[in-house]
Design a protein around this ligand. Structure first.
Ligand code: CU
Length: 163
């Protein structure tokens, strides 16, 4: 009888230990949830920024470039929606004219924004957010496809950035 009583004590102690053990992970779930809760506002901030940014429709074709806006303001977030309606790949850049940089590669290297042709195959659509810095207001800029023949064919569009 004493042994059974002892067993009961041992078993009930084990249950208590198990109960305590299971309450510990429950307590750690609170800090686990906190980072999740912290990520949610970060995501909604991105969504808000995308919806509040001024939308700019860029249409690329073989071999032309069009934009719904050619005058931009420093410090204003713009959402560039770039669609390639052509069948060839194009790239999209906000860069200085090749006539200013002295060459196509120099224009690419100093581009303020560059979307590579790997992302802009025929029929592709890419959305990029960009805000012009103060220095852009004093820089001669254009929207362009910096592929030699395309650029020469006219895939360049002068833009004005104001303070
Ligand atoms: Cu092109």
């Amino acid at each position: 009888m004493k042994r059974i009583a002892l067993m009961v004590i041992v078993v009930s102690t084990l249950i208590l230990v198990t109960a305590c053990g299971s309450s510990t992970p429950a307590a750690t779930q609170v800090p686990i949830l906190q980072p999740d809760a912290g990520e949610a506002p970060a995501q909604s901030t991105v969504t808000e920024a995308l919806s509040t940014g001024t939308e700019v429709i860029i249409t690329l074709d073989d071999n032309t470039i069009e934009s719904s806006l050619t005058t931009f303001q420093v410090g204003v977030p713009y959402t560039f929606v770039i669609t390639n309606k052509g069948s060839h790949s194009h790239n999209f850049n906000i860069a200085q004219p090749v006539s200013v940089t002295g060459g196509l590669n120099a224009a690419l290297k100093t581009a303020l924004l560059a979307v590579p042709k790997s992302q802009l195959g025929g029929g592709a659509e890419v959305t990029v957010q960009y805000t012009f810095p103060d220095t852009a207001a004093s820089t001669q800029l254009e929207l362009s496809c910096l592929i030699q023949r395309h650029y020469d064919d006219g895939m360049k569009l002068a833009i004005t950035v104001t303070n």
